[in-house]
Design a binder for this molecule. Structure first.
Ligand code: MD3
Ligand code: FE
Length: 179
């Protein structure tokens, strides 16, 4: 899977997105599939091209195979978001609600160093639980958890030998468009 992702990143290089408010995110991102998520001063959105203007590469077969095994729907995903965390990167608490139909799950695949994941409820006021995600972990965020607040507090350096230069890759597979 890492080899297939190297080909994705060669075709659609990782970018460090800027939020609409002008802050640089610490996570570097790219995508595969028909649509990818981008953020810049104009706002954040799904679009059918990498910021370079190139179409996104296809979702690798070995990644699609995970979705087909666990997602519980015959519909394939439109988007595989690829997040790369160096050991200083984090992702603040947020909800994923730019997709068209929340009855489809989001499937997450973690690769490389462990990360401290925080999961709350559907309202920001609810408490959160933290747990470590390890390389090879697959999460299916469906049902009530689909709209849960979540984020990554930190990466544990040196906790995996999968990536020669360390850090963490997270893949999130999503159905973006309405069925
Ligand atoms: C819970 N990614 O890409 S993966 C994201 O590790 C994102 O890169 C984190 O949050 C990461 O949006 C967390 C686990 C995850 C993904 C999507 C979710 C948890 C989720 C959607 C809804 C609820
Ligand atoms: Fe998210």
């Amino acid at each position: 899977m890492v080899a297939a992702l190297r080909a994705v990143v060669a075709a659609a290089p990782l970018v460090q997105p800027v939020t609409p408010g002008g802050r640089q995110m610490s996570v570097r991102m790219t995508a595969a599939g028909r649509l990818g998520w981008v953020s810049d001063r104009q706002g954040y959105r799904y679009q059918d091209r990498h910021p370079s203007g190139a179409p996104w590469p296809a979702i690798p077969d070995e990644v699609l195979a995970v979705w087909r095994r666990v997602a519980g729907t015959p519909r394939d995903p439109d988007c595989c978001l690829v997040n790369y965390y160096d050991t200083a990167a984090r992702m603040g608490l947020h909800q994923d609600r730019d997709e068209g139909d929340f009855s489809f799950p989001v499937v997450s695949i973690s690769l490389g160093d462990q990360a401290l994941f925080r999961l709350g409820g559907q309202s920001r006021a609810e408490g959160t639980q933290s747990f470590w995600l390890s390389s090879g972990d697959v999460l299916v965020l469906g049902g009530a958890s689909r709209l849960a607040w979540h984020g990554i507090d930190r990466v544990r350096p040196g906790s995996s030998t999968l990536l020669p230069r360390g850090g963490r890759i997270n893949l999130t597979l999503r159905v973006v468009d309405l069925p």
